[in-house]
Design a protein around this ligand. Structure first.
Ligand code: HEC
Length: 148
């Protein structure tokens, strides 16, 4: 009788733990949720919206390169340093800032690269998306892989 009670309590608390963990990390850990989430529901952070725009921009640049067209940038990528994040402490970390600086550097190179260099610079940029995500926000990695 007693054992049953203890087991029940254990199971219940495990369940509660599981729910709160997935709740806490929904923005960065669950790929499926990311894809199925409607664009712009209330509560999306400024950084999350910027990231989606960056994803679209990278997709467009990939097409431009494939079609031998000049690459165009439409976003203010520097906002990656200031946009408000779902988990502000993450974006405030030294690690995040270093990854962001590396990313911004490849964006700058995209603007000046010759046609011959552009594919390598593009690959480098997507690698920078990946390195930061691998360290801080693994959820969208499967999506980012599609940009390679
Ligand atoms: C310096 C680190 C860093 C770099 C570089 C970076 N990301 Fe992110 N990304 C994040 C963080 C942190 C979040 C979580 C944002 C939030 O919820 O506030 C995120 C979220 C996302 C999301 C999910 C947005 C949503 O719908 O909630 C996508 C997609 C994404 N990033 C794609 C990219 C792409 C594509 C690139 C490169 C062009 C990139 N990221 C570069 C840190 C980074």
């Amino acid at each position: 009788m007693r054992t049953t009670l203890i087991i029940t309590i254990c199971l219940l608390s495990l369940f509660a733990l599981g729910v709160s963990c997935s709740e806490d990390s929904k923005d960065c850990s669950s790929t499926e949720e990311q894809i199925q989430k409607p664009l712009n529901p209330n509560g999306d952070s400024e950084l999350a919206l910027l990231m989606r725009a960056m994803f679209d921009e990278a997709q467009r640049i990939k097409k431009q390169i494939a079609n031998n067209e000049p690459v165009t940038l439409t976003l203010d990528h520097d906002k990656i340093l200031t946009a408000h994040a779902t988990e502000p402490e993450k974006a405030a970390s030294e690690e995040y800032k270093a990854f962001a600086a590396a990313y911004l550097q490849t964006i700058e190179s995209l603007e000046t690269a010759s046609q011959a260099q552009i594919i390598d610079v593009y690959d480098g940029m997507i690698n920078n998306c990946m390195t930061c995500h691998k360290a801080l926000c693994p959820g969208p990695m499967a999506r980012i892989k599609n940009l390679q």
